[in-house]
Structures are given as structure tokens and as C-alpha cells.
Write a protein that binds this ligand. Structure first.
Ligand SMILES: NC(=O)c1ccc[n+]([C@@H]2O[C@H](COP(=O)([O-])OP(=O)(O)OC[C@H]3O[C@@H](n4cnc5c(N)ncnc54)[C@H](OP(=O)(O)O)[C@@H]3O)[C@@H](O)[C@H]2O)c1
Length: 313
């Protein structure tokens, strides 16, 4: 068993839990700082994981966490701001501190999570701040790899599960940007890519867009979720003015289901113009192979698994 040690910032989240589980399975000792230990309790049972409550925005605390690590992964990200400036603090200032802490603690390898379409000219502050963070990492002399996924699906996702909840409660789904296109990628494939990249020198200083095998409009995704959950609601596409109004109202409500910045992100299709990177081996998992397992009620689930078995999957 290797005694290599890796620091995973954001390891307690949806993507993080899958990466951490795979790192443990491949023999890594993993350090996961969190703001609230309670939120990371699903990781505490894993044998070689150290979950620590820490303020990773404090440069000294970050350097101490990095000390002795062979590699670091930064997954920390937010989809919405609680306070103005949160995007910059989380997606720009934190990566800057992570790069500095890696230098100071002599951690040579950094894997960084960005997002598809991140960049200075992107239409949303989320994507622009992600682009700035990426640039900081890429300008460093660390041995970096950057990942840019489309929307990620899996049992604990907040995308398909959100529509499942809405379709459960609402008679009609009023949908902004119904024609926006997405190429959802499975969380297991994203996690595999990170873990394979850690010690594969072909991935050094490379950026990888990550997408699944198929492109869907938002409307098709919402209809598919309705079909799986048994709450197949009529979908009412909203024009630009009503979409903006809806986002404005929703961002004021608790839980912030949607914001004007989220809406702006959808002005760009979240699709890849290349195949899933061959360096990560396997081809990406289809949405239809996984989503029924966590969205469909039990009876439908067994029907889908029967169909999958017949289809040899
Ligand atoms: N999910 C997607 O569809 C998707 C698509 C493209 C890119 N991404 C990117 O992938 C990364 C992981 O996404 P996810 O879905 O796993 O997110 P998530 O479930 O919300 O997890 C976010 C993680 O970041 C940490 N975090 C959030 N805000 C923080 C702050 N202010 N200070 C310190 N830690 C903070 C959280 O740690 P604690 O709460 O434990 O402190 C948590 O571990 C993000 O960078 C996201 O932008 C996600």
C-alpha cells in the first residue's frame, strides 16, 4: 500500500466524494478539509481519509494542510453567490492561495476543477471567475491538469434531482432557455479522470473538457426526468424577458433555485467539440444507463434494469 498523501479541497462535495473514494481504493492517504465536519461525515468511515475542520482561505492553514502532500486537488466551487464577491473569493482568490501553498509546501502536482466554457469572455460571472482561476493555475510553474466538465450527473447531483423535485410539486414547468444544449457527464467518469490523471504524466499541463456521449436540450432533459419519476409535467418554454423575471424572483427566494447569473451561463451551449479524452481510457457513461437508478421509483427501476440486462448492459 502506497503512503502517498493527497490534499483534496472540496472533497466533501458531490464530485469530491467520488474522487476521494477512488483515491482511497487506489491506496492514497487523503486529507479533506471542510468548513463543517458534519457535512463530510460520509467520508469519515473511509479507512485512509483524514477529515479536518479548517479555514482553507487562511494562507497559513492552507500551507499547513499542504505540508507533506505529494499532490493536491482543488474542487471548491459555488454556483451562486451568497455575498457579492463570493465568485472571486472562491474561484480566483482561493486558487491563487492554493498555488502559493503548493509552492510553499513543495507540493509539485495540482489538479484543478474548472467548468466547460470558463473564460474571460464568458457571459456569466460564474464562468468568468472560473476562467480567471484556471488562468492562474495554468500560469504557475506547478505540474497542473485542468478539468472542464459540462453539467455532471449522478445519484447526489443537484441538476436532475432539482427538476425531479420541481416536477413532483408543480403542475407545469415554466422553463427558461428550454433550447439550451447540455452534454451531461457522469460523476464516476469525472472522478476516474481525476484519479487516473494524478500520476499520468501525459496529462501534465493539459486542459480536458469532459462531456458525456450525447447532447440534449434542457427541455429534453426535463422531459426525461419527468418520464423517469412518473411526474411527466407539461413544459412551458419562457421567452427572454420572462426567463429573466423568473430568475430574478427565484434568486430572491431561499434555496436560490436559479439566478440571473445561472441564466447568463446558459447563453452558451454546454457541449464539447471533441470526444471524451482517450487518455482516460473508457468511453463515457450514458445518462440512460445511470439516471433510472436514482430517479425512477422502485418498480420502474426494475423494469429499466431488466431492459438494460436484455441489452447486455
Ligand atoms: N456539479 C456540476 O454539475 C459541475 C459542473 C461543472 C463544474 N463543476 C465544478 O466542480 C466542483 C465541484 O462541484 P460539486 O458539484 O461537487 O460541488 P458541491 O457538491 O457543492 O461541493 C462543493 C465543495 O466545495 C466546498 N466549498 C464550497 N464553498 C466553499 C467556501 N466558500 N469555502 C470553502 N469550501 C467551500 C464545500 O466544502 P464544505 O461545505 O465541506 O466546506 C464542498 O466540498 C466545483 O468547482 C464546480 O464548480 C461542477
Amino acid at each position: 500500500m502506497s503512503t502517498a498523501r493527497i490534499l483534496v479541497l472540496g472533497g466533501s462535495g458531490f464530485v469530491g466524494r467520488h474522487i476521494v473514494a477512488r483515491l482511497v481504493a487506489t491506496g492514497w492517504n487523503v486529507v479533506v478539509p471542510t468548513r463543517y465536519r458534519e457535512r463530510a461525515k460520509h467520508l469519515i468511515l473511509l479507512p485512509t481519509v483524514d477529515v479536518l475542520e479548517a479555514d482553507i482561505h487562511d494562507p497559513l492553514a492552507l500551507e499547513q494542510l499542504a505540508a507533506g502532500a505529494d499532490a493536491a486537488i482543488n474542487l471548491v466551487g459555488i454556483l451562486n453567490e451568497t455575498r457579492r464577491g463570493d465568485f472571486d473569493r472562491t474561484h480566483v482568490e482561493l486558487p491563487r492561495k492554493v498555488v502559493a501553498a503548493c509552492h510553499a509546501a513543495r507540493v509539485p502536482r495540482l489538479l484543478h476543477m474548472s467548468a466547460l466554457n470558463a473564460g474571460g469572455k464568458a457571459p456569466s460571472r460564474y464562468l468568468r471567475s472560473k476562467g480567471e482561476g484556471e488562468a492562474l493555475v495554468a500560469e504557475s510553474d506547478l505540474v497542473w491538469t485542468i478539468f472542464q466538465p459540462s453539467v455532471i450527473f449522478g445519484r447526489e447531483d443537484s441538476f436532475l434531482n432539482l427538476f425531479a423535485r420541481l416536477e413532483h410539486f408543480l403542475p407545469v414547468i415554466a422553463l427558461a432557455r428550454a433550447d439550451a444544449r447540455f452534454q451531461p457527464v457522469y460523476v464516476g467518469d469525472v472522478a476516474d479522470a481525476f484519479v487516473r490523471a494524478v500520476d499520468d504524466d501525459r496529462t501534465h499541463r493539459m486542459r480536458y473538457p469532459l462531456c458525456g456521449p450525447k447532447v440534449y436540450t434542457l427541455r429534453e432533459l426535463v422531459a426525461y426526468v419527468g418520464e423517469l419519476t412518473g411526474h411527466n409535467r407539461p413544459i412551458l418554454p419562457l421567452g427572454p424577458a420572462l426567463s429573466k423575471l423568473q430568475a430574478r424572483v427565484l434568486e430572491l427566494l431561499p434555496g436560490k433555485l436559479m439566478s440571473r447569473d445561472n441564466l447568463a451561463s446558459m447563453a452558451l451551449d454546454s457541449v464539447c467539440d471533441c470526444e471524451f479524452p482517450a487518455v482516460f481510457g473508457s468511453s463515457p457513461t450514458a445518462l440512460e444507463a445511470v439516471a433510472p437508478d436514482y430517479l425512477a421509483p422502485a418498480a420502474t427501476r426494475s423494469r429499466y434494469s431488466g431492459l438494460r440486462a436484455q441489452g447486455g448492459r
